[in-house]
Design a protein around this ligand. Structure first.
Ligand code: NAG
Ligand code: NAG
Ligand code: NAG
Ligand code: NAG
Ligand code: NAG
Ligand code: NAG
Length: 239
């Protein structure tokens, strides 16, 4: 056999073997979820019992895994909803890059801590990001401005500090922004008025300061606004 042919065969064999070893037609998404599950403080949380490919050959994460919903072709995971699952751990090992089609990520009401990684900005199709009621700390990553399709962003009830990044103004589609009960400081970025679809804007119980722009209610869509328990200076009567 010619050397080139052997090399070619070797490459094919390796490629085929690797794709079987992956056991994953979902583009590495299942591996990414298992890797994250294994990084949790209790690596086998009872609530994620169904997240297992070893125990049963007839597995299908799209059908059997709790909190996981795939697209119609069972190719991409589009919704991840792990609210109130008693999860304790960090997001450092969550490979956001594996989920380009993800629409929903609901991790609310768990015991997740550490920073919200800037790689979350890779979730280009995300519409819902709920990580409220956890123990996240550090600042809101400016990469959040990359999530240009986001409609709902719930960060309430964490330990987030520092300024609200001005990049938040890049999320023109944002309807519902909830930031209460954190430790956010600095002034409200003027870019907040770039959120022309805003209906709900909650930021009570932080350490925000400076002038509250009187254009905050502009646009005509705002239904709920809360700014209480901060250090704002109100320049004009809100209109
Ligand atoms: C595989 O699943 C079947 C039914 O869903 C169950 O009866 C069986 O115990 C499972 N096997 C293992 C090894 O978990
Ligand atoms: C996640 O699931 C819970 C029920 O378990 C539901 O109440 C909640 O609305 C879901 N989150 C999203 C973003 O759909
Ligand atoms: C939060 O999750 C816990 C379980 O970890 C549950 O008992 C509690 O009812 C949840 N709270 C809300 C508001 O969903
Ligand atoms: C922002 O999105 C682009 C395209 O989806 C991606 O290439 C880039 O790495 C993202 N940046 C961050 C900080 O996530
Ligand atoms: C806010 O909107 C203005 C124009 O409407 C635009 O020039 C600016 O880049 C936007 N800034 C951000 C941070 O979105
Ligand atoms: C808020 O941040 C300040 C320092 O910036 C710190 O002293 C304080 O303990 C923090 N409060 C909470 C509730 O995390």
């Amino acid at each position: 056999m010619a050397f080139e042919l052997k090399v070619l065969l070797f490459i094919i064999v390796v490629a085929v073997f690797t794709s079987f070893a992956d056991g994953d037609e979902n583009g590495g998404q299942i591996e990414a979820l298992l890797k994250w599950k294994n990084s949790l403080e209790n690596p086998s949380p009872a609530s994620l019992f169904s997240w297992d490919i070893s125990s049963n050959s007839s597995f299908s994460p799209c059908e059997k895994w709790v909190g996981i919903i795939c697209d119609d072709g069972f190719v991409n995971i589009i919704h991840i909803n792990l609210t109130s699952m008693g999860l304790k751990g960090m997001l450092q090992n969550f490979d956001f890059v594996s989920f380009p089609e993800l629409v929903t990520l609901d991790l609310s009401n768990n015991s997740l801590y550490g920073v919200i990684p800037k790689s979350i900005g890779m979730l280009a199709n995300l519409k819902i990001l709920y990580v409220n009621a956890n123990h996240f700390s550090g600042s809101i990553p400016s990469a959040i401005g990359n999530l240009t399709k986001l409609k709902g962003l719930h960060l309430s009830l964490n330990h987030l500090s520092c300024n609200i990044p001005k990049e938040i103004g890049l999320i023109a589609s944002l309807v519902d922004l909830k930031l209460p009960m954190n430790n956010l400081s600095g002034s409200l970025p003027a870019e907040i008025t770039n959120l022309t679809s805003r209906k709900i804007l909650l930021m009570g119980n932080n350490r925000l300061s400076g002038y509250l722009p009187d254009s905050i209610c502009s646009g005509g869509l705002l239904e709920r606004l809360s700014v209480h328990t901060n250090r704002f200076i109100v320049l004009n009567k809100l209109k």
